[in-house]
Write a protein that binds this ligand. Structure first.
Ligand code: ATP
Length: 357
């Protein structure tokens, strides 16, 4: 089913949690609301579910206005961060709960619970209580309980954030598989950019109760439209500059003292306008010598000032004049670079982006 939010505002006292927010989710889509704590992600989900009423605006599910439809009649599945299972009920009873409430025949309930538990890989666990299950298993029960009612839309509020890192990765894949298999529309809330990137068909990046940008993971991660989005999805280099010349789909700016052409097909820029040049740290290459010459890089010289370990890569800070550039480098004992060393770094030309200043 599709979902449409039209100019939704929601206040809690003086706090404007949602500020004239509009949003369209397509049928069968895995759609993610991504943003920092407090930006309004959970409030959006609760408005869709009907747990909160908006102060202003309209909610449509499959083009039907549902503002006055109570939560239990909206037929949506909800999975919470803390699983919210009934502790005194067995796995079977937890999953069967919504079907019993609808007073379906016993045989049908048995069949559908069995199917849902098979789908989440928990057949044989019917008689256990939640406290006899691991966190990952509990979350799978919560998922089975949400999908067993054949919901129009599946709403997921940070469902993986209580799981340990390894399980989180595993459950991510499982969740995506199940969503694809059921072809169900899913709306997913997270502040984790990797999760958003791997799961979503489209992502909405939220800021202070508004949507800052909507797009495919590729658009959000490679073509952010604002500094806020770029920053949130891991562009750590922001270099201020001024537009010196404008060509058809490119602008010429001054990059660290050198005239440089950058693609600008997303935005219009004016001569003399203040801009910010940005690039992800993984597209800044540290040239330690021996690399083949290439014209796909803009090469500068700088001094290594520091380094941090980020997962499997090392993020180097390299000073060029007054600017410090971050560059990710896969380090082996042979390629480690000592602090204080003068190095050449190359910006991948095609990966430089230009934003309004
Ligand atoms: P998080 O990732 O921390 O859950 P979020 O993006 O989901 O954050 P919301 O929970 O939607 O953010 O909150 C948005 C804003 O509304 C916050 O400033 C929050 O403090 C406020 N808020 C949310 N629910 C309530 C409530 N029931 N009463 C008062 N204020 C609330």
């Amino acid at each position: 089913m599709s979902l449409s939010l039209h100019e939704i505002t929601k206040r809690f006292g003086d706090v404007v949690a949602l500020d004239n927010l509009s949003l369209d989710v397509r049928r069968g889509e895995f759609f993610t609301l991504l943003g920092p704590s407090g930006c309004g992600k959970s409030t959006t989900l609760k408005i869709i579910a009907g747990f909160y009423k908006p102060d202003r605006g309209k909610i449509y599910i499959d083009e039907e206005l549902v503002n006055n439809v109570p939560p239990y009649e909206r037929n949506l599945g909800y999975v919470f961060q803390n699983y919210a299972l009934f502790p005194h009920m067995s796995v079977f009873e937890n999953v069967a709960y919504g079907l019993k409430a609808k007073k379906l025949p016993r045989d049908e309930i048995r069949r559908r619970v069995k199917e849902a538990l098979e789908l989440v890989g928990l057949e044989g666990f019917e008689d256990r209580r939640p406290d006899q299950l691991s966190g990952g298993q509990q979350q799978r029960v919560a998922l089975a309980r949400a999908i067993v009612i054949n919901p129009k839309i599946l709403l997921l509020d940070e469902p993986l954030s209580n799981l340990d890192a390894k399980l989180r990765l595993y459950m991510r894949t499982e969740l995506k598989k199940i969503q694809r298999e059921l072809k169900i529309t899913a709306i997913y809330v997270t502040h984790d950019q990797d999760e958003a990137r791997t799961l979503s068909d489209r992502i909405a990046v939220m800021k202070s109760g508004k949507i800052e940008q909507v797009g495919s993971p590729h658009e959000i991660f490679y073509n952010p439209r604002t500094r806020y989005v770029a920053d949130f999805v891991g562009f750590s280099n922001f270099i201020e500059s001024i537009v010196k010349d404008i060509k058809r789909d490119r602008v010429v700016i001054d990059l660290l003292g050198r005239p440089t052409e950058i693609m600008s097909d997303n935005e219009e820029f004016k001569l003399g306008e203040k801009v910010i040049v940005t690039i992800r740290p993984e597209f800044v290459k540290i040239l330690t010598g021996g690399e083949a010459a290439t014209d796909s890089l803009y090469v500068f010289e700088g001094i290594v000032e520091g380094k941090n370990y980020i997962g499997s890569v090392v993020r180097y800070q390299i000073r060029i004049g007054n600017t410090v550039i971050m560059a990710d480098h896969i380090e082996t004992p042979r390629t480690a670079i000592e602090i204080g060393r003068r190095v050449k770094i190359g910006f991948e030309k095609e990966m430089l982006r230009i934003l309004k200043g």
